[in-house]
Ligand binder design. Structure first.
Ligand SMILES: Cc1cc2nc3c(=O)[nH]c(=O)nc-3n(C[C@H](O)[C@H](O)[C@H](O)COP(=O)(O)OP(=O)(O)OC[C@H]3O[C@@H](n4cnc5c(N)ncnc54)[C@H](O)[C@@H]3O)c2cc1C
Length: 532
């Protein structure tokens, strides 16, 4: 069995784990990060896309609001290219308590969240599809964030500083030597091989799975409530600003413009299983009905895809009950040396994607404390790789860039404007034959056609590049189509049904996908990592 040693082992490759790995490597620590799936395939890659200004929490959870405004200001600078600074509107619809708006405005003032009331007519001028019956409107500095870009930028940045990032490596046991955690036993999921990792400090950054990892270390009582929520992507940017209902946080009250689509969400249901990806038809209907309240005619837009994420909600000793919207959104850092008498082991869970940097900073401070090192955190000022110019993403930017090279650059995905060159580079770099991995890196197949036009081009290019046989390429295509199908079938009606029938004709008529000769998928781990 292979074995590796390191200063810090990070378990979980979501935004929190990637943030910890990036922060620790900037402080000169040797880091290994392990993730049982692809990076950001847990809750991070299944979230709503909102970089919270904190305005949503000003009345209900003022400390969370303060953290969000401070962190979102930092992220707009250091993760500039991942953020589209759309701005946000909080609007009072006929279904909202009219008294809430005044409490909201005064709580924004108390928590330092910038907010400005504008006439409802001005909000309607800015967002013509909004419900014309809104009575009040407030501007707030909400934005959207591309989490995959941020996670991969931090992982690559950490690797450049010597970190080892191992996707598809699952922790199956935590090593203990008396009252000390000394690392973990890991299984390479794709190669089905064991790997022993010895670490001075082990960080449990496994989000909604944190209680399970703590149990592997023999520590009970780390209670993380999984709060399941669904979101639906609609095929247009129905709005260009993040729209929130001006009310106490509730289900289906936020519409986020994300790249070429807009996403309505979410619900919040208690579940016992962090891997629960149930989508109830009643939840889909509820989201579409709530969307209708914000944007009349919402149901006539085409629903592209529905997905589920599971919030890691840490329950502290004081909290009771199982109403997950009432459990705090704050994060929890547990040093198990002081909490449970188990050294070399730290858990970081809860919080939000928006506050990941702060969570990572506090975690690595605790790690440095355990290691007896004193190195200050620099992540509040050090840009993520790729964000050095400090310019936020703009929707029109890719099209403008593309138009300059239209004659010499082949476009593979028209919806997301992915070029052949980008695709070939990503295929080479990832070494993965899994089109779903490529989707997360490039957003390939995530636009209105959901892969109807680009996926068979991409698979052809993957095969032409070498490395995968025709049978493996076929298997990869089928796996991708099955994954897409899971997100599509709960919303199949109207125009979306027509689009899917069309895609089906493409795949059956041109490729006869049902009868493709397939072979086992090629290994998907990063060649740079596999070489280590
Ligand atoms: C429906 C929904 C909408 C949300 N919307 C927003 C939003 O708009 N804005 C916002 O700021 N926040 C939002 N959040 C919250 C945010 O998404 C999460 O707080 C954040 O993504 C958690 O990141 P994480 O890295 O801690 O957890 P994760 O991303 O879940 O990462 C933990 C990782 O640990 C891995 N893991 C588990 N077990 C093992 C093991 N044995 N070995 C190795 N790896 C393991 C998992 O596979 C997972 O990838 C939303 C959450 C939900 C559920």
């Amino acid at each position: 069995m292979r074995s590796l040693t390191t200063d810090v082992l990070v378990i979980g490759g979501g935004i929190t784990g990637a943030g910890v790995a990036w922060d620790a490597s900037l402080r000169g620590l040797d880091v290994i990060l392990v993730e049982r799936l692809d990076l950001a395939e847990g809750t991070s890659g299944r979230f709503h896309g909102l970089l919270h200004s904190g305005a949503r929490y000003v009345v209900k959870d003022p400390p969370a609001a303060r953290e969000c405004i401070a962190e979102s200001r930092i992220l707009k600078r250091i993760a500039a290219v991942c953020v589209e600074d759309t701005g946000g509107l909080f609007v009072t619809t006929p279904w909202d308590d009219p008294e809430y708006a005044d409490r909201f405005a005064s709580a924004c003032g108390q928590t330092g969240v910038d907010c400005e009331e504008i006439p409802a007519a001005q909000a309607l001028l800015q967002e013509p599809r909004l419900n014309p019956s809104i009575t009040r409107a407030f501007r707030a500095p909400d934005a959207n964030i591309d989490i995959w870009k941020a996670v991969w930028a931090m992982a690559r940045g950490a690797e450049e500083r010597g970190a080892r990032v191992l996707p598809y490596h699952e922790v199956t046991a935590i090593r203990r030597d008396g009252d000390q955690v000394t690392g973990a036993h890991v299984r390479d999921v794709r190669g089905d091989e064991g790997l022993e990792i010895e670490a001075q400090v082990t960080v449990n950054a496994s989000g909604a799975w944190a209680g399970r990892i703590a149990t592997l270390a023999g520590i009970e009582g780390v209670r993380v409530f999984p709060g399941r929520g669904i979101m639906i992507a609609m095929n247009h940017r129905l709005v260009n600003t993040v729209i929130n209902r001006c009310q106490m946080p509730s289900d289906g009250d936020i519409l986020v413009p994300v790249r070429t689509v807009s996403v309505i969400g979410t619900t919040d249901e208690h579940t016992d299983d962090p891997d629960d990806q149930t989508v109830a038809q009643s939840e889909v209907d509820q989201m579409l009905d709530e969307g209708e309240k914000l944007v009349p005619g919402f149901r006539q837009a085409r629903a592209l895809r529905v997905w589920t994420g599971v919030r890691p909600l840490f329950e502290d000793a004081k909290a009771g009950g199982t109403a997950t919207r009432d459990v705090t959104r704050a994060h929890a850092l547990l040093d198990h040396r002081t909490r449970d008498g188990v050294g070399g082991f730290v858990t970081i869970t809860g919080g939000k994607a928006t506050t990941y940097r702060l969570m990572a900073e506090e975690t690595v401070d605790a790690v440095c404390d355990i290691l007896g090192r004193s190195v200050p955190c620099s992540t509040a000022t050090q840009p993520l790789p790729g964000s050095e110019p400090g310019e936020n993403y703009r929707l029109g930017e890719r099209l403008a860039r593309k138009e300059q090279h239209l004659r010499d650059e082949q476009v593979i995905c028209e919806c997301e404007l992915v070029s052949r060159d980008q695709l070939e580079q990503t295929l080479r770099r990832s070494g993965s034959a899994n089109l779903d991995d490529i989707r997360r890196r490039l957003r390939l197949g995530m636009g209105p056609c959901q892969g109807g036009f680009c996926i068979y081009r991409a698979i052809g290019i993957m095969h032409a590049q070498g490395g995968v046989s025709a049978e493996q390429a076929d298997a990869s295509l089928l796996e991708f189509l099955q994954e897409r199908w899971k997100g599509v079938w709960p919303i199949l009606h109207g125009d979306q049904l027509r689009q899917m029938r069309f895609d089906e004709w493409v795949f059956h008529g041109i490729l006869d996908v049902d009868r493709l000769p397939t072979g086992p998928l090629a290994g998907g781990s990063d060649p740079e990592v596999a070489a280590r």
